[in-house]
Design a protein around this ligand. Structure first.
Ligand SMILES: [Zn+2]
Length: 124
């Protein structure tokens, strides 16, 4: 589902080096974006395809109790600022939100197409 045309959620690429989060980076100022745009939201220069580190820092997190198709509440989500990359929304294990400023690593996408991340310390 993550490859569905028009789906605004970030995609991942899994290769020999592990997981990379796909997005775009401004060719002028280098600003990273996770959603497809025609031009940079900051400087209006063109953007180019880019791949970002799967690791980053939790910016904010919460436990959601909202019923959404494909999700059984409660479940935890977080915004993670990828290293040298954009801020992305991810699902995290269980219903306990990851602490802000902790490290997280994107491991792939869920069967419903959401980015999934775990605490970076748990990844070996
Ligand atoms: Zn720019």
């Amino acid at each position: 589902m993550s490859t569905t045309t028009g789906d605004p959620r970030p995609r991942v690429r899994t290769g020999p080096d592990g997981v990379a989060v796909l997005g775009w980076r401004c060719t002028g100022c280098g600003y990273p974006v996770a959603q497809q745009v025609l031009t940079c939201p900051l400087c209006r220069e063109p953007v180019a395809d880019s791949a970002f580190s799967p690791e980053g820092e939790v910016w904010a997190s919460t436990c959601l109790r909202v019923r959404v198709p494909g999700h059984t509440p409660p479940y935890a989500v977080a915004y993670v600022v990828l290293d040298d990359g954009p801020r992305v929304l991810v699902r995290t294990p269980g219903d306990r939100p990851l602490p802000p400023a902790s490290r997280a690593r994107v491991t792939g996408t869920s069967e419903t197409g959401d980015l999934v991340a775990v605490p970076a310390e748990e990844e070996s």
